[in-house]
Design a protein around this ligand. Structure first.
Ligand code: NAD
Length: 593
């Protein structure tokens, strides 16, 4: 049967040609499905570095029926952890897990129908699908103890690398302490150190920074907590490589300026350690591929430390999205709308305001972040917004970003701020900032949703990430906590979302809400560190991974390119190389991490 592609897909000449014979409402009629990947090593990515292992990956894709040793270990480890409460607040764990899997698979195949563009990869071979169906039946009848955990284990089985090669991590053992290293202990890095020191299952083994003051302040924090001094790596910008040579470190938290993130994450993975990288993870499409390729080659997980995914209201809404309370998702909005003028400029001795210096004369982020506003015009910081939306929309796990367009407003705010604060004659008043004050990006997903992402950091305004989640049954907006659900809310009237947020509070927050009190950003920072540490303890992939890091961070270079080409559409590379069809949601499925 010839493959028909819609107008959008026709733009992508490299898209693998795929065909299927029969797709039924409940997934795939396995006996009838024939699938081929005619151009296996080619995808419609751009700027993609040549990758010698493409062909080698194919057998791994095809042969997921046989779990690898590491997958068996992962499953066993997760099953051992399985005695937990219902994974979705208020529901039976088994029913809800079943629903998640079922609706996931349904949607995966619905998209194939909708786009007449079906990839049933050979990994969905009849045997595999039948096994899954049998397993679902098994789950439904409750025959398997610790079923939720086994589901989680299975959800991982389609991840790319077959081994998690992290030599110092004892897989499946969760009662050990985790040794962490920190690269970049400025304001954000030190806040990670502070939270990790509060845990009784972690040691701060080594820290690295090029700034002596940052090192001294961190050691002070460590001493105050009564822990032993950490080994120090400093002196030059590549001192982190020495830290990575240590054989007693399980994971590394990277909180350096953006241009170092990918390089340090790649080096960390190559050293066989878990990488936890601050946002955004990458600056170019090539760097996005570097993260993914290194993850696939080394098997060392890379977690993008996107804390907003763990915000309490965001997680309650996730709970509601998974229960399909908004119906089928149609449209989402998000953004980084934060007046950063006093962050981009300061007086060189304090992090916020007091002057209009940036670059070498400034302190903390103004030292390096402001330069991006001078030289780049695009969404420079997309992940706080797109992270949660990516999770709602199952990006890389049943869905993917297809393309975006971006438009920039004129650039006025930063120059005006300098002039207002320091006058026309200040040397920085002559700097021309390239970054438009408001960048608006519209993303189209494979499942047919639209997503608006805003970047708005140069003008006076209260902070807001501007979330909106809209489906066929209603919508939520975080601004003013408004919700409308057909059949529940009074007709044509907004309701206060508070009661819903309480009722659907995520199990993770129910369990750890008190512990998280006082952790940064309303408590959500606790959860992102917790997820990183718990993944290391269990020797499993992190719930936000290299594919998420790549897809979310790619918005920056793609938006730059779109703006420079007059808001032209830019296709997203498929960083999963088609695995988005078979990868399943893993983020916060229960109350563990
Ligand atoms: N998730 C969040 O909510 C959140 C909040 C703030 C910052 N961040 C992110 O955290 C990162 C760090 O931000 P920050 O506010 O701490 O900035 P910062 O400037 O205060 O800290 C960066 C540190 O990195 C050090 N550094 C620079 N180059 C280095 C190198 N080659 N080797 C070792 N150390 C090096 C600097 O000396 C500095 O101490 C950024 O990516 C930022 O976007 C995230």
């Amino acid at each position: 049967m010839p493959v028909r592609r819609n107008d959008h897909q026709i733009q992508f000449p490299d898209t693998p040609l795929l065909r299927t014979m029969s797709v039924t409402r409940f997934g795939v009629s396995v006996e009838k499905v024939v699938a081929t990947i005619e151009m296996p090593s080619i995808h419609h990515g751009i700027d993609r570095p040549l990758r010698k292992n493409d062909l080698k990956l194919l057998p791994a894709l095809r042969d997921t029926t046989i779990p690898t040793v590491s997958e068996k270990r992962k499953k066993a480890a997760i099953m051992a952890q399985s005695n937990v409460d219902s994974c979705i607040a208020g529901g039976s764990r088994e029913d809800e897990q079943w629903k998640v899997i079922n609706s996931f698979e349904l949607r995966t195949f619905e998209v194939c129908i909708r786009h007449s563009f079906c990839l049933i990869m050979e990994s969905s071979s009849p045997n595999k699908t039948r096994r899954n169906m049998d397993r679902r039946l098994f789950i439904k009848t409750g025959a398997l103890a610790g079923v939720g955990a086994s589901v989680a284990g299975n959800m991982e089985s389609s991840a790319a690398p077959n081994t998690t090669k992290a030599p110092f991590i004892r897989r499946g053992v969760d009662d050990r302490s985790v040794n962490l290293g920190f690269i970049g202990v400025g304001l954000r890095g030190r806040s990670h150190v502070g939270r990790i020191l509060k845990r009784n299952d972690c040691n701060v083994v080594a820290i690295c920074d090029i700034d002596a003051d940052a090192i001294a302040a961190t050691q002070k924090t460590i001493q105050k907590a009564g822990a032993s001094d950490a080994a120090v790596y400093t002196g030059d910008e590549f001192a982190f490589e020495k830290l990575l040579e240590r054989d007693d470190i399980d994971g590394v938290i990277i909180a350096t300026p953006w241009l170092w993130h990918t390089r340090m994450s790649v080096a960390t993975m190559k050293a066989g350690k878990y990488a936890g990288v601050e946002v955004s993870a990458s600056n170019t499409i090539e760097e996005c591929w570097d993260l993914v390729n290194t993850y696939e080659e080394t098997g060392s997980p890379c977690m993008i430390l996107e804390n907003v995914c763990y915000r309490r209201d965001v997680m309650a809404i996730l709970n509601m999205v998974r229960r399909e309370m908004f119906g089928e998702l149609l449209h989402m909005e998000c953004g980084y709308q934060h007046d950063l003028r006093a962050v981009k400029f300061n007086n060189g001795s304090q992090p916020y305001g007091g002057g209009v210096e940036f670059g070498e004369n400034a302190y903390s982020e103004a030292k390096w972040r402001t330069d991006h506003s001078v030289y780049r015009n695009g969404d420079l910081y997309p992940t706080h917004g797109i992270g949660p939306i990516g999770v709602y929309a199952n990006i890389n796990r049943g869905n993917r970003f297809l393309s975006l367009t971006s438009t920039a407003s004129k650039a006025r705010g930063l120059h005006k701020y300098i002039v207002d604060q320091a006058g026309e004659d200040h040397p920085n008043a002559s700097v021309r900032f390239k970054l438009g004050d408001v960048i608006t990006t519209v993303i189209e997903t494979q499942m047919g949703e639209s997503i608006i992402v805003s970047h708005d950091t140069n003008s006076p305004r209260p902070y807001s990430l501007g979330f909106r989640v809209q489906g066929t049954e209603g919508l939520w907006m975080d601004l003013n906590k408004s919700i409308y659900l057909q059949g529940k809310s009074p007709e044509h009237q907004w309701e206060d979302a508070e009661e819903y947020l309480k009722q659907y509070d995520h199990p993770l927050w129910k369990k750890y809400g008190e512990t998280a009190q006082g952790a940064g950003h309303g408590g959500m920072d606790f959860f992102v560190d917790h997820a990183f540490v718990e993944s290391i303890k269990r020797g499993v992939d992190t719930p936000l991974d290299a594919y998420d890091a790549a897809a979310w961070s790619a918005i920056t270079p793609l938006s730059e390119r779109s703006i420079s080409e007059g808001s032209a559409p830019q296709p997203f590379p498929d960083f999963t190389r088609g695995r988005w069809m078979t990868r399943k949601p893993v983020f916060a499925l229960d109350d563990e991490f």
